[in-house]
Design a protein around this ligand. Structure first.
Ligand code: SF4
Length: 243
């Protein structure tokens, strides 16, 4: 079983390598999640089937030793949030981070786990080859609850990114998929002081209930990020949209 794998397609825009620690689904059940499409299950079923990959830490340890000191960032993780409720019980992500750090590998966390993820800041704050990222696309909790029904509240995720920054951990925010352009721009303004890097993208495989002028959003986001002097990457989903 391969735990560290080379990313392709959209995933490659995040990092060249990634690990998946939990599989079979994700408890957060975001309506826009690409995970169920990749494993061809109904969303409800996927939410309830998140589980720990068998033997994952032993395999990760073996693979990490093999690429010890490699300079490629490793995203933790795609398809299943590394700080979903199972993590409270298993602490697999915490142990995985330890393995990656012990092998001087570059760690890039992406989660909606908020303060559950903050539990591991003690590991990240003393390690220069890591970044902590949160995924947030709404400022309005009612919208977030509709689209990300089981995920921790926005305030919790924002608190985590503030804490990470305050503890000297490099931070980034995944503003993808943008659903409401105004809320996305508001997030950029609000979180810019504590965000080291932005990734901005949109849904390109599903129509939104209300049509959005994505070309205008792309211009607005670019102008705002440039005016703030922010470091950012516009995802292909956004740069290649013509509507
Ligand atoms: S947190 Fe990420 S992996 Fe989990 S359901 Fe939401 S989009 Fe999918």
């Amino acid at each position: 079983m391969k735990v560290i794998y080379k990313t392709t397609g959209d995933a490659h825009e995040f990092a060249p390598l990634a690990v998946i620690l939990y599989y079979g689904g994700c408890a957060y059940g975001c309506l826009y999640c690409y995970g169920p499409r990749t494993i061809r299950r109904m969303r409800k079923s996927v939410e309830n089937h998140a589980r720990l990959r068998q033997d994952v830490l032993r395999c990760l340890d073996r693979e990490a030793r093999r690429i010890r000191g490699d300079d490629s960032e490793i995203l933790v993780s795609f398809s299943s949030d590394p700080y979903q409720p199972l993590e409270t019980r298993f602490k697999t992500t915490r142990q995985a981070i330890r393995i990656l750090i012990d092998n001087r590998l570059r760690v890039m966390i992406l989660t909606k786990g908020g303060m559950l993820a903050a539990r591991d800041f003690d590991l990240l704050e003393s390690y220069d080859r890591c970044r902590f990222g949160t995924s947030v696309v709404f400022t309005n909790q009612t919208d977030a609850s509709q689209w990300e029904p089981n995920a921790p509240p926005i305030a919790d995720r924002i608190k985590a990114i503030h804490q990470a920054h305050g503890r000297g951990i490099k931070t980034w925010v995944c503003l993808e998929p943008v659903i409401d352009p105004d809320q996305a721009l508001e997030l950029i303004r609000e979180l810019h002081p504590v965000t080291g890097h932005w990734k901005v993208g949109i849904l390109n495989y599903r129509k939104l209930p209300n049509p959005v002028n994505w070309i205008k959003f792309r211009e607005d986001a670019t102008n705002l990020l440039d005016s703030l002097g922010a470091d950012y990457h516009l995802m292909q989903s956004l740069t290649e949209t013509y509507v």
